[in-house]
Design a protein around this ligand. Structure first.
Ligand SMILES: Cc1cc2nc3c(=O)[nH]c(=O)nc-3n(C[C@H](O)[C@H](O)[C@H](O)COP(=O)(O)OP(=O)(O)OC[C@H]3O[C@@H](n4cnc5c(N)ncnc54)[C@H](O)[C@@H]3O)c2cc1C
Ligand code: SF4
Length: 571
């Protein structure tokens, strides 16, 4: 029997970027917030002098414990889904700050095209360009409407970058200057310029200079230490909820933060939530936390899982395309890249940062003509310098055995002599790609696991073929001795590490028939439930998601404030 606690105005499930922004904005406005986080407390000093690749990158200490909770996956609905028992594709965050404590910090805005993708595609290419199996839709908000919230997110986190002509209008320049352009990035820049492209420095949440944000939070500049992706930052140079929004919320005295609090259910009467049930994972004790407003900010997977487990919203049915919860699950398309091997050149690949990169805008969104292509949208073509660490640094030409003498020789030969031209492609929704509750497997608390039914589509395969030609042409211009290009998209494999950009499942839109939430992230079916995070995206763009989910979180916070005053639907 759960212990019932006194009612509070707002309860937030999950204390990552989405939950942290909501908590910070509401508490600043004088609203009491209970923040429930299933993982442990985290602080910047946890990372001091612990550049331990084995511990953080390979044993994934900052990530969700897969022995307690995981997801199941199958490539199509005829297969039986099996639990992901070791990390590969999806690296799910856990603990204060969520995945924001160990992300890279590549912080983009999506394109105006993204938000009105259906209308703009049909206007330019006709109604038949989008096949019936791809339930593409507009987002119910335009880029111009979201722009002020992007600006707020960028100022809060101190994003460095430069304005790009082909992208959406900016009301302000980036708050900090671009990161340093290293000799590695100059190699890409020279080649791209020769081919007529306009390279720009990747927008970065690794601070390029010391910075104080509008909340008065001061942080130090990045040291290019190379222990960034999968690691916490010991300098606070990488924007992380723990060093930005959460201290602001705590300072107000209005945030009641409870770690080791795993929410298992959102209590509701079918039209409104009344609170949540959570388990204290240290004692096993169960609590009921009643609240006026429930904010679900527990990442794409658990956002959908909690709603489905709580009977909130209509589950998606892939057979007839009805229902919304679990719909339009998308990923990211990362094949099409080229690896460049140099016999007689060495680069300083041991320095780097999570968002140190350069790229070209010409193949993103609808910035090139798709009339003769069997795909829409595009890819960010980029070169990055994250910094090589000693263990996971064994790139060898395709065809080299994966162990033994030849592998060792090639690995040593190229250890500091490999560059890459990467392609990060958009992911369009497909009717047969979706998430629901697994009928067989449960987590340590008895809640069904989330089941992912997903494979790459024809659209993805065509996109990869096209982008492979682009990356190869730039690679050739960079003059290496050997190039390997991955020109075909292999079937989706949950054990292969590509990236962790999951989107969809609780999507936003202008109509309740085809979306779960409105543009304030408020559920159509339960007006006091706000579902925040990349679960809201009706498709995934060719950019990393956090800038956009951050902007949407600021808008949601504004919506919650209004809702607490006047109630009802916000649109
Ligand atoms: C290695 C890595 C690198 C990345 N790099 C980039 C990048 O460069 N750029 C970019 O845009 N994105 C990047 N991402 C993705 C980015 O980290 C996420 O988009 C972002 O952090 C998601 O924020 P969120 O608040 O929605 O979810 P999360 O950060 O996952 O936070 C959700 C929180 O909810 C908690 N939670 C979950 N379920 C429950 C429950 N039932 N009860 C209580 N609490 C719960 C979790 O423990 C977690 O702390 C990266 C991700 C990883 C893993
Ligand atoms: S590379 Fe920069 S931002 Fe990343 S962990 Fe190192 S110092 Fe921090």
């Amino acid at each position: 029997m759960a212990t019932k606690l006194p009612k509070e105005p707002v309860v937030v499930i999950g204390m990552g970027w989405a939950g942290g922004i909501i908590a910070s904005e509401l508490t600043k406005a004088g609203i009491k917030v209970v923040g429930l986080e299933r993982g442990k407390e985290r602080k910047m000093s946890d990372y001091l002098m612990v550049h331990d690749e084995l511990r953080f990158q390979h044993r994934e200490e900052l990530m969700q414990d897969l022995s307690k909770e995981t997801v199941t996956h199958r490539n199509n609905s005829k297969m039986r889904a099996l639990p992901m028992r070791q990390y590969g594709t999806f690296i799910v965050g856990d603990g204060l700050g969520g995945a924001g404590s160990h992300w890279n910090g590549q912080t983009y805005r999506f394109l105006p095209y993204d938000f009105e993708i259906k209308t703009m595609t049909e206007e330019r290419y006709g109604k038949n360009k989008i096949k019936a199996d791809y339930p593409l839709q507009n987002w119910g908000i335009t880029y111009d409407e979201l722009e002020p919230y992007y600006d707020t997110f960028e100022k809060m986190s101190g994003i460095s970058g430069e304005t790009v002509e082909l992208y959406g209008r900016r009301s302000n320049p980036y708050p900090t200057k671009p990161m340093l352009k290293t000799p590695v990035l100059e190699e890409f820049e020279k080649a791209a310029k020769k081919l007529g492209y306009k390279p720009y420095m990747m927008p970065s949440a690794n601070l390029s200079e010391n910075y104080e944000n509008p909340d008065g939070i001061a942080r130090a500049a990045c040291q290019y230490c190379a222990y960034c992706e999968n690691f916490g930052c010991e300098y606070g140079a990488k924007a992380d909820p723990v060093v930005t929004v959460l201290p602001v919320a705590q300072e107000t005295g209005n945030l009641d933060l409870r770690t080791h609090a795993n929410v298992t259910q959102i209590l509701n009467d079918g039209t409104k939530a009344t609170g949540v049930i959570y388990v204290d994972t240290l004692t096993g004790e169960e609590f009921e936390q009643p609240a006026e407003v429930v904010v679900v900010a527990s990442y794409v997977f658990n956002n959908a899982r909690l709603l489905l487990n709580s009977g909130l919203g209509k589950p998606y049915n892939p057979a007839d395309g009805t229902g919304v919860i679990g719909k339009n699950y998308c990923y990211q398309v990362s094949s099409g890249y080229s690896t460049l091997f140099y016999n007689d050149r060495e680069f300083n690949l041991y320095a780097g940062a999570g968002a140190l990169g350069i790229e070209i805008p010409e193949f993103t969104g609808d910035n090139f003509d798709h009339t003769n292509e069997n795909f829409i949208h595009g890819a960010g073509i980029r070169s990055t310098q994250y910094g090589n660490r000693p263990i996971a640094n064994n790139n060898v030409p395709i065809g080299t055995p994966s162990w033994g003498k030849e592998f060792k020789e090639q690995s040593i030969k190229y250890t500091n002599s490999i560059l890459q031209v990467k392609s990060q492609g958009a992911s369009m929704p497909h009717r047969q790609n979706y998430i629901d509750l697994d009928p067989a497997y449960k987590d340590a608390y008895g809640m069904p696991l989330l089941r992912i039914t997903y494979d790459y589509t024809e659209q993805d395969k065509e996109l990869v073929k096209y982008m492979a030609k682009v990356t190869k042409s730039i690679a050739e211009e960079m003059g290496p001795d050997h190039i390997d290009t991955v020109g075909e998209q292999a079937p989706f494999n949950v054990n292969v590490d590509t990236n962790t950009h999951n989107t969809g499942g609780v999507i936003m839109g202008a109509e309740p028939e085809t979306s779960a939430i409105n543009s304030y992230q408020q559920m159509w079916d339960a007006e006091n439930v706000f579902v925040v995070g990349a679960s809201a995206f009706p498709h995934n763009s060719c950019f990393n998601p956090t800038g956009t989910l951050g902007a949407l979180s600021y808008r949601a916070a504004e919506g919650i404030e209004t809702y607490l005053k006047q109630g009802g639907s916000l649109v």
